[in-house]
Design a protein around this ligand. Structure first.
Ligand code: GLU
Length: 445
Protein backbone atom coordinates (compact mmCIF):
# COMPACT_ATOMS: atom_id res chain seq x y z
CA UNK A 1 0.00 0.00 0.00
CA UNK A 2 1.18 3.45 -0.89
CA UNK A 3 -0.63 6.03 1.23
CA UNK A 4 -0.15 8.69 -1.42
CA UNK A 5 -1.80 6.70 -4.21
CA UNK A 6 -4.75 5.54 -2.07
CA UNK A 7 -5.34 9.13 -1.00
CA UNK A 8 -5.08 10.42 -4.56
CA UNK A 9 -7.66 7.84 -5.64
CA UNK A 10 -10.03 8.88 -2.83
CA UNK A 11 -9.56 12.59 -3.49
CA UNK A 12 -10.49 12.05 -7.13
CA UNK A 13 -13.53 9.96 -6.21
CA UNK A 14 -14.77 12.08 -3.33
CA UNK A 15 -13.64 15.66 -4.00
CA UNK A 16 -14.32 18.14 -1.24
CA UNK A 17 -15.04 15.56 1.47
CA UNK A 18 -12.52 17.27 3.72
CA UNK A 19 -13.11 15.64 7.10
CA UNK A 20 -13.43 12.17 5.61
CA UNK A 21 -10.16 12.53 3.68
CA UNK A 22 -8.47 13.92 6.80
CA UNK A 23 -9.58 10.95 8.93
CA UNK A 24 -8.50 8.41 6.31
CA UNK A 25 -5.12 10.10 5.81
CA UNK A 26 -4.41 10.09 9.55
CA UNK A 27 -5.00 6.35 9.71
CA UNK A 28 -3.13 5.44 6.52
CA UNK A 29 -0.01 7.37 7.45
CA UNK A 30 0.24 5.57 10.79
CA UNK A 31 -0.52 2.02 9.60
CA UNK A 32 1.46 2.00 6.33
CA UNK A 33 4.62 0.36 7.68
CA UNK A 34 2.78 -2.36 9.58
CA UNK A 35 0.43 -2.95 6.63
CA UNK A 36 3.29 -3.52 4.28
CA UNK A 37 4.69 -6.25 6.51
CA UNK A 38 1.59 -8.34 5.70
CA UNK A 39 1.36 -9.23 1.99
CA UNK A 40 -2.07 -10.81 2.60
CA UNK A 41 -3.55 -7.34 3.24
CA UNK A 42 -2.41 -6.12 -0.17
CA UNK A 43 -3.57 -9.32 -1.85
CA UNK A 44 -7.09 -8.87 -0.46
CA UNK A 45 -7.00 -5.12 -1.16
CA UNK A 46 -8.01 -4.57 2.44
CA UNK A 47 -7.29 -0.88 2.56
CA UNK A 48 -9.20 -0.06 -0.64
CA UNK A 49 -12.16 -1.98 0.82
CA UNK A 50 -11.89 -0.57 4.32
CA UNK A 51 -11.85 3.11 3.36
CA UNK A 52 -15.22 2.92 1.57
CA UNK A 53 -18.45 2.47 3.56
CA UNK A 54 -20.46 -0.73 3.08
CA UNK A 55 -23.56 1.34 2.44
CA UNK A 56 -24.74 4.97 2.54
CA UNK A 57 -28.40 5.81 3.12
CA UNK A 58 -29.49 9.43 2.46
CA UNK A 59 -33.11 10.45 2.67
CA UNK A 60 -35.45 13.43 2.82
CA UNK A 61 -37.12 14.20 6.16
CA UNK A 62 -40.18 16.43 5.77
CA UNK A 63 -41.92 17.55 8.96
CA UNK A 64 -44.26 20.30 10.17
CA UNK A 65 -43.10 22.97 12.67
CA UNK A 66 -45.20 24.56 15.42
CA UNK A 67 -46.40 27.31 13.08
CA UNK A 68 -47.74 24.76 10.62
CA UNK A 69 -44.92 25.33 8.10
CA UNK A 70 -43.39 22.40 6.27
CA UNK A 71 -39.66 21.94 6.96
CA UNK A 72 -37.32 19.72 4.98
CA UNK A 73 -34.11 18.21 6.33
CA UNK A 74 -31.73 15.51 5.15
CA UNK A 75 -31.23 12.23 7.00
CA UNK A 76 -28.09 10.09 6.77
CA UNK A 77 -26.92 6.68 7.94
CA UNK A 78 -23.47 5.48 6.95
CA UNK A 79 -23.13 1.74 7.57
CA UNK A 80 -19.38 1.75 7.38
CA UNK A 81 -18.17 -1.72 8.22
CA UNK A 82 -19.77 -4.76 9.88
CA UNK A 83 -16.87 -7.22 9.72
CA UNK A 84 -16.68 -7.66 13.49
CA UNK A 85 -20.31 -7.11 14.54
CA UNK A 86 -23.57 -5.30 13.78
CA UNK A 87 -23.26 -1.67 12.69
CA UNK A 88 -22.99 0.55 15.75
CA UNK A 89 -22.58 4.29 16.19
CA UNK A 90 -24.36 7.46 17.17
CA UNK A 91 -26.63 9.97 15.48
CA UNK A 92 -25.65 13.64 15.21
CA UNK A 93 -28.16 16.47 14.75
CA UNK A 94 -26.33 19.65 13.82
CA UNK A 95 -26.79 22.30 11.14
CA UNK A 96 -23.16 21.93 9.99
CA UNK A 97 -23.19 18.24 9.01
CA UNK A 98 -22.59 16.85 5.52
CA UNK A 99 -21.89 13.49 3.93
CA UNK A 100 -18.20 14.10 4.67
CA UNK A 101 -18.92 14.54 8.40
CA UNK A 102 -20.77 11.25 8.65
CA UNK A 103 -18.24 9.36 6.55
CA UNK A 104 -15.38 10.55 8.74
CA UNK A 105 -17.33 9.68 11.88
CA UNK A 106 -18.31 6.24 10.54
CA UNK A 107 -14.72 5.50 9.53
CA UNK A 108 -13.40 6.49 12.97
CA UNK A 109 -16.17 4.53 14.66
CA UNK A 110 -15.11 1.33 12.90
CA UNK A 111 -11.62 1.50 14.44
CA UNK A 112 -12.87 2.70 17.81
CA UNK A 113 -15.43 -0.06 18.11
CA UNK A 114 -12.79 -2.62 17.19
CA UNK A 115 -10.66 -1.37 20.08
CA UNK A 116 -13.46 -1.83 22.64
CA UNK A 117 -12.97 -5.63 22.43
CA UNK A 118 -16.75 -5.97 21.89
CA UNK A 119 -18.30 -7.32 18.66
CA UNK A 120 -19.48 -4.06 17.10
CA UNK A 121 -19.08 -2.79 13.55
CA UNK A 122 -18.92 0.92 12.72
CA UNK A 123 -21.68 3.30 11.62
CA UNK A 124 -22.77 6.89 12.05
CA UNK A 125 -25.75 8.95 11.07
CA UNK A 126 -27.92 11.93 11.77
CA UNK A 127 -29.30 15.03 10.14
CA UNK A 128 -28.71 18.69 9.36
CA UNK A 129 -31.69 19.36 11.64
CA UNK A 130 -30.61 21.74 14.42
CA UNK A 131 -32.34 21.22 17.79
CA UNK A 132 -31.22 24.73 18.82
CA UNK A 133 -34.26 26.88 19.67
CA UNK A 134 -36.75 24.14 18.68
CA UNK A 135 -39.70 23.32 20.91
CA UNK A 136 -40.11 19.92 22.52
CA UNK A 137 -42.94 19.01 20.14
CA UNK A 138 -40.91 20.07 17.10
CA UNK A 139 -38.05 17.85 18.23
CA UNK A 140 -40.48 14.96 18.74
CA UNK A 141 -42.10 15.45 15.34
CA UNK A 142 -38.72 15.63 13.63
CA UNK A 143 -37.45 12.46 15.37
CA UNK A 144 -40.59 10.57 14.40
CA UNK A 145 -40.43 11.76 10.78
CA UNK A 146 -36.75 10.78 10.65
CA UNK A 147 -37.49 7.24 11.81
CA UNK A 148 -40.28 6.73 9.25
CA UNK A 149 -37.51 6.04 6.74
CA UNK A 150 -34.58 4.92 8.85
CA UNK A 151 -36.31 2.17 10.84
CA UNK A 152 -36.15 -0.35 7.97
CA UNK A 153 -32.34 -0.18 7.95
CA UNK A 154 -32.00 -0.94 11.68
CA UNK A 155 -32.26 -3.97 13.95
CA UNK A 156 -30.71 -5.36 17.15
CA UNK A 157 -28.25 -7.48 15.17
CA UNK A 158 -28.16 -5.27 12.09
CA UNK A 159 -27.57 -1.64 13.03
CA UNK A 160 -27.91 -0.05 16.48
CA UNK A 161 -27.75 3.77 16.67
CA UNK A 162 -27.22 5.93 19.77
CA UNK A 163 -26.70 9.60 20.61
CA UNK A 164 -23.99 12.06 19.61
CA UNK A 165 -23.94 15.86 19.28
CA UNK A 166 -27.50 17.20 19.50
CA UNK A 167 -28.93 13.77 20.30
CA UNK A 168 -29.41 12.86 23.96
CA UNK A 169 -31.79 10.65 25.93
CA UNK A 170 -34.81 12.72 24.85
CA UNK A 171 -34.15 12.33 21.11
CA UNK A 172 -33.19 8.66 21.50
CA UNK A 173 -36.52 8.12 23.33
CA UNK A 174 -38.53 9.67 20.48
CA UNK A 175 -36.60 7.80 17.78
CA UNK A 176 -36.75 4.48 19.58
CA UNK A 177 -40.48 4.93 20.26
CA UNK A 178 -41.25 5.27 16.56
CA UNK A 179 -38.82 2.47 15.65
CA UNK A 180 -40.55 0.11 18.08
CA UNK A 181 -43.97 0.94 16.69
CA UNK A 182 -42.95 0.34 13.09
CA UNK A 183 -40.75 -2.71 13.66
CA UNK A 184 -43.23 -4.21 16.12
CA UNK A 185 -40.53 -5.37 18.47
CA UNK A 186 -38.76 -4.18 21.62
CA UNK A 187 -35.27 -5.59 21.44
CA UNK A 188 -33.36 -2.40 22.21
CA UNK A 189 -32.32 -1.30 18.73
CA UNK A 190 -30.89 1.95 20.14
CA UNK A 191 -28.54 2.58 23.02
CA UNK A 192 -28.56 5.54 25.36
CA UNK A 193 -32.21 4.73 26.07
CA UNK A 194 -34.00 5.86 29.22
CA UNK A 195 -33.51 3.61 32.25
CA UNK A 196 -37.22 2.74 32.26
CA UNK A 197 -37.09 1.04 28.86
CA UNK A 198 -33.82 -0.82 28.57
CA UNK A 199 -31.18 1.87 29.08
CA UNK A 200 -27.99 1.13 31.00
CA UNK A 201 -26.80 2.74 34.19
CA UNK A 202 -23.57 4.73 33.64
CA UNK A 203 -24.23 5.16 29.89
CA UNK A 204 -24.73 8.96 30.23
CA UNK A 205 -21.44 9.31 32.13
CA UNK A 206 -19.54 6.68 30.16
CA UNK A 207 -17.64 8.73 27.56
CA UNK A 208 -16.28 11.18 30.14
CA UNK A 209 -15.59 8.47 32.73
CA UNK A 210 -13.89 6.26 30.16
CA UNK A 211 -11.61 9.13 29.08
CA UNK A 212 -10.42 9.45 32.68
CA UNK A 213 -9.89 5.70 33.04
CA UNK A 214 -7.72 5.88 29.91
CA UNK A 215 -5.87 8.93 31.24
CA UNK A 216 -5.32 7.09 34.50
CA UNK A 217 -3.65 4.21 32.63
CA UNK A 218 -1.38 6.67 30.79
CA UNK A 219 -0.45 8.41 34.03
CA UNK A 220 0.11 5.14 35.91
CA UNK A 221 2.85 4.21 33.43
CA UNK A 222 4.53 7.55 34.08
CA UNK A 223 3.98 7.51 37.84
CA UNK A 224 1.82 10.67 37.69
CA UNK A 225 -1.33 11.29 39.75
CA UNK A 226 -4.51 12.87 38.41
CA UNK A 227 -5.30 14.36 41.81
CA UNK A 228 -4.45 18.05 42.06
CA UNK A 229 -4.00 18.59 38.31
CA UNK A 230 -5.67 21.52 36.53
CA UNK A 231 -7.69 20.70 33.44
CA UNK A 232 -9.08 22.70 30.52
CA UNK A 233 -12.20 21.14 29.04
CA UNK A 234 -14.10 22.38 26.00
CA UNK A 235 -17.79 21.82 25.36
CA UNK A 236 -20.56 21.63 27.94
CA UNK A 237 -22.67 18.74 26.64
CA UNK A 238 -22.97 15.15 27.74
CA UNK A 239 -19.31 14.24 27.18
CA UNK A 240 -17.93 17.33 28.96
CA UNK A 241 -20.38 16.78 31.82
CA UNK A 242 -19.21 13.18 32.35
CA UNK A 243 -15.57 14.29 32.23
CA UNK A 244 -16.07 17.15 34.71
CA UNK A 245 -17.96 14.79 37.06
CA UNK A 246 -15.14 12.24 37.08
CA UNK A 247 -12.44 14.92 37.38
CA UNK A 248 -14.14 16.26 40.52
CA UNK A 249 -14.40 12.73 41.97
CA UNK A 250 -10.68 12.20 41.39
CA UNK A 251 -9.68 15.49 42.99
CA UNK A 252 -8.58 17.28 39.81
CA UNK A 253 -9.61 20.87 39.08
CA UNK A 254 -11.45 21.64 35.85
CA UNK A 255 -11.14 25.37 35.18
CA UNK A 256 -12.88 25.74 31.80
CA UNK A 257 -15.90 24.67 29.79
CA UNK A 258 -17.02 26.21 26.51
CA UNK A 259 -19.80 26.64 23.98
CA UNK A 260 -20.16 28.12 20.50
CA UNK A 261 -20.39 31.53 22.21
CA UNK A 262 -17.01 31.40 24.02
CA UNK A 263 -15.48 29.84 27.11
CA UNK A 264 -15.87 30.06 30.89
CA UNK A 265 -12.82 30.31 33.15
CA UNK A 266 -13.55 29.34 36.73
CA UNK A 267 -10.36 29.54 38.83
CA UNK A 268 -12.06 27.83 41.80
CA UNK A 269 -12.79 24.75 39.71
CA UNK A 270 -16.07 23.33 38.40
CA UNK A 271 -17.56 20.95 40.97
CA UNK A 272 -20.75 20.29 42.98
CA UNK A 273 -23.74 22.39 41.91
CA UNK A 274 -21.68 23.94 39.13
CA UNK A 275 -21.69 20.53 37.43
CA UNK A 276 -25.48 20.33 37.85
CA UNK A 277 -25.71 23.78 36.27
CA UNK A 278 -24.09 22.36 33.11
CA UNK A 279 -27.22 20.24 32.70
CA UNK A 280 -29.40 23.33 33.01
CA UNK A 281 -27.33 25.11 30.39
CA UNK A 282 -27.78 22.20 28.03
CA UNK A 283 -31.51 21.83 28.73
CA UNK A 284 -32.06 25.51 27.91
CA UNK A 285 -31.63 24.50 24.25
CA UNK A 286 -29.80 27.78 23.52
CA UNK A 287 -26.34 26.23 22.99
CA UNK A 288 -24.53 28.93 25.05
CA UNK A 289 -22.39 28.92 28.23
CA UNK A 290 -22.39 32.67 29.02
CA UNK A 291 -25.18 32.35 31.69
CA UNK A 292 -22.68 30.42 33.90
CA UNK A 293 -21.09 33.68 35.11
CA UNK A 294 -24.45 35.12 36.22
CA UNK A 295 -24.91 32.06 38.43
CA UNK A 296 -21.27 31.83 39.60
CA UNK A 297 -19.74 35.33 39.61
CA UNK A 298 -16.25 34.05 40.56
CA UNK A 299 -15.91 32.88 36.95
CA UNK A 300 -15.27 34.92 33.79
CA UNK A 301 -16.71 34.56 30.30
CA UNK A 302 -14.47 34.99 27.25
CA UNK A 303 -16.66 35.57 24.20
CA UNK A 304 -15.56 34.04 20.92
CA UNK A 305 -12.43 32.49 22.47
CA UNK A 306 -11.29 28.91 23.05
CA UNK A 307 -10.03 27.62 26.40
CA UNK A 308 -6.63 26.48 25.07
CA UNK A 309 -4.95 29.76 25.99
CA UNK A 310 -5.22 28.90 29.69
CA UNK A 311 -2.19 27.43 31.42
CA UNK A 312 -3.21 23.92 32.56
CA UNK A 313 -1.68 20.49 33.16
CA UNK A 314 -4.19 18.61 31.01
CA UNK A 315 -6.27 19.67 27.99
CA UNK A 316 -9.38 17.72 27.05
CA UNK A 317 -11.27 18.78 23.91
CA UNK A 318 -14.82 17.46 24.41
CA UNK A 319 -16.84 19.38 21.80
CA UNK A 320 -16.47 18.87 18.02
CA UNK A 321 -13.99 17.89 15.29
CA UNK A 322 -11.01 20.15 14.57
CA UNK A 323 -11.73 22.33 17.60
CA UNK A 324 -8.04 22.41 18.60
CA UNK A 325 -5.72 23.65 15.86
CA UNK A 326 -2.00 24.11 15.29
CA UNK A 327 -1.90 27.50 17.02
CA UNK A 328 -3.80 26.16 20.01
CA UNK A 329 -1.40 23.23 20.23
CA UNK A 330 1.63 25.56 20.12
CA UNK A 331 0.10 27.65 22.87
CA UNK A 332 -0.61 24.63 25.07
CA UNK A 333 2.92 23.31 24.59
CA UNK A 334 4.41 26.75 25.34
CA UNK A 335 2.33 26.81 28.54
CA UNK A 336 3.81 23.46 29.59
CA UNK A 337 0.81 21.16 29.12
CA UNK A 338 1.77 17.61 30.17
CA UNK A 339 -1.08 15.67 28.59
CA UNK A 340 -3.79 16.10 25.96
CA UNK A 341 -6.76 13.74 25.85
CA UNK A 342 -8.79 14.09 22.66
CA UNK A 343 -12.28 13.22 23.85
CA UNK A 344 -14.24 14.64 20.90
CA UNK A 345 -14.02 12.68 17.63
CA UNK A 346 -11.04 14.09 15.67
CA UNK A 347 -11.05 17.07 18.05
CA UNK A 348 -7.48 18.00 17.08
CA UNK A 349 -6.40 18.95 13.57
CA UNK A 350 -3.66 16.80 12.05
CA UNK A 351 -1.15 19.64 12.47
CA UNK A 352 -2.07 19.98 16.15
CA UNK A 353 -1.66 16.25 16.75
CA UNK A 354 1.73 16.34 15.03
CA UNK A 355 2.90 19.11 17.37
CA UNK A 356 1.94 17.10 20.45
CA UNK A 357 3.69 14.01 19.11
CA UNK A 358 6.82 15.96 18.12
CA UNK A 359 7.05 17.38 21.63
CA UNK A 360 6.48 13.91 23.08
CA UNK A 361 3.48 15.12 25.03
CA UNK A 362 1.31 12.33 26.42
CA UNK A 363 -1.42 12.35 23.79
CA UNK A 364 -4.53 10.14 23.66
CA UNK A 365 -6.43 10.05 20.33
CA UNK A 366 -10.23 10.16 20.36
CA UNK A 367 -10.80 6.68 19.04
CA UNK A 368 -9.08 5.26 22.12
CA UNK A 369 -9.92 7.87 24.77
CA UNK A 370 -13.60 8.33 23.96
CA UNK A 371 -14.40 4.67 23.28
CA UNK A 372 -15.97 4.31 26.74
CA UNK A 373 -19.24 5.72 25.38
CA UNK A 374 -19.76 3.18 22.66
CA UNK A 375 -18.28 0.42 24.85
CA UNK A 376 -20.99 1.07 27.42
CA UNK A 377 -23.50 1.05 24.57
CA UNK A 378 -22.19 -2.43 23.86
CA UNK A 379 -22.85 -3.31 27.50
CA UNK A 380 -26.38 -1.91 27.11
CA UNK A 381 -26.89 -4.22 24.11
CA UNK A 382 -25.72 -7.20 26.18
CA UNK A 383 -28.12 -6.34 29.00
CA UNK A 384 -31.00 -5.96 26.52
CA UNK A 385 -30.19 -9.29 24.89
CA UNK A 386 -30.17 -10.97 28.32
CA UNK A 387 -33.26 -9.03 29.50
CA UNK A 388 -31.52 -7.92 32.66
CA UNK A 389 -30.09 -4.76 34.17
CA UNK A 390 -26.66 -4.59 35.76
CA UNK A 391 -25.90 -2.33 38.71
CA UNK A 392 -24.02 0.93 38.17
CA UNK A 393 -21.01 -0.62 39.95
CA UNK A 394 -21.01 -3.58 37.56
CA UNK A 395 -21.19 -1.43 34.41
CA UNK A 396 -18.53 0.94 35.75
CA UNK A 397 -16.27 -2.02 36.60
CA UNK A 398 -16.58 -3.44 33.08
CA UNK A 399 -15.98 0.01 31.59
CA UNK A 400 -12.76 0.27 33.61
CA UNK A 401 -11.57 -3.12 32.33
CA UNK A 402 -12.37 -2.19 28.73
CA UNK A 403 -10.48 1.13 28.92
CA UNK A 404 -7.45 -0.63 30.38
CA UNK A 405 -7.63 -3.16 27.59
CA UNK A 406 -7.75 -0.39 24.97
CA UNK A 407 -4.72 1.19 26.59
CA UNK A 408 -2.85 -2.14 26.45
CA UNK A 409 -3.65 -2.53 22.75
CA UNK A 410 -2.25 0.95 22.09
CA UNK A 411 0.95 0.00 23.91
CA UNK A 412 1.33 -3.13 21.82
CA UNK A 413 1.71 -1.17 18.60
CA UNK A 414 2.57 2.33 19.78
CA UNK A 415 5.67 1.93 21.94
CA UNK A 416 8.75 3.60 20.46
CA UNK A 417 12.42 2.80 21.03
CA UNK A 418 12.91 5.63 23.51
CA UNK A 419 9.92 4.45 25.56
CA UNK A 420 7.54 7.17 24.33
CA UNK A 421 4.13 5.79 23.45
CA UNK A 422 2.60 7.05 20.20
CA UNK A 423 -1.00 6.30 21.11
CA UNK A 424 -2.24 7.53 17.71
CA UNK A 425 -0.23 4.90 15.92
CA UNK A 426 -1.00 2.28 18.55
CA UNK A 427 -4.77 2.80 18.38
CA UNK A 428 -4.89 2.94 14.59
CA UNK A 429 -2.85 -0.21 14.05
CA UNK A 430 -4.63 -2.23 16.77
CA UNK A 431 -8.09 -1.25 15.45
CA UNK A 432 -7.04 -1.86 11.86
CA UNK A 433 -5.58 -5.33 12.55
CA UNK A 434 -8.78 -6.63 14.08
CA UNK A 435 -11.05 -5.40 11.29
CA UNK A 436 -8.60 -6.50 8.57
CA UNK A 437 -8.30 -10.03 9.93
CA UNK A 438 -12.08 -10.37 10.22
CA UNK A 439 -12.52 -9.15 6.63
CA UNK A 440 -9.97 -11.63 5.28
CA UNK A 441 -11.60 -14.48 7.22
CA UNK A 442 -14.96 -13.69 5.61
CA UNK A 443 -13.71 -13.58 2.02
CA UNK A 444 -14.29 -10.98 -0.66
CA UNK A 445 -17.71 -9.55 0.20
N1 GLU B 1 -21.51 8.93 19.54
C1 GLU B 1 -20.68 8.17 20.43
C2 GLU B 1 -19.34 7.93 19.76
O1 GLU B 1 -18.86 8.77 19.03
C3 GLU B 1 -21.36 6.93 20.96
C4 GLU B 1 -21.82 5.93 19.93
C5 GLU B 1 -22.63 4.78 20.48
O2 GLU B 1 -22.83 4.70 21.68
O3 GLU B 1 -23.08 3.97 19.64
O4 GLU B 1 -18.68 6.95 19.96
Amino acid sequence: MKTESVLAMLEAKHPGEKEYLQAVKEVLVTIEDEYNKHPEFEKHRIIERMVEPDKVVIFRVPWVDDKGNVQVNLGYRIQFNNAIGPYKGGMRFHSSVSLSTFKFLGFEQTFKNALTTLPMGGAKGGSDFSPKGKSQTEIMRFCHAFMLELWRHLGPDKDVPAGDLGVGAREVGYMYGMYKKLAQEHTGTFTGKGLEFGGSLIRPEATGFGAFYFLNEMFKREGIEIKGKTIAISGFGNVAWGAVTKAAQLGAKVVTISGPDGYIYDPDGISGDKIDFMLELRNSGQDIVAPYVEEFPGATFHPGKKPWIQKVDIAMPCAIQNELNEKDAEQLVANGVMCVVEVSNMGCTTAATDIFLEHKILYAPGKAANAGGVATSGLEMSQNAMHIQWTAEEVDRQLGIIMKNIHDQCLQYGKEKDGYVNYVKGANIAGFMKVARAMIAQGTI
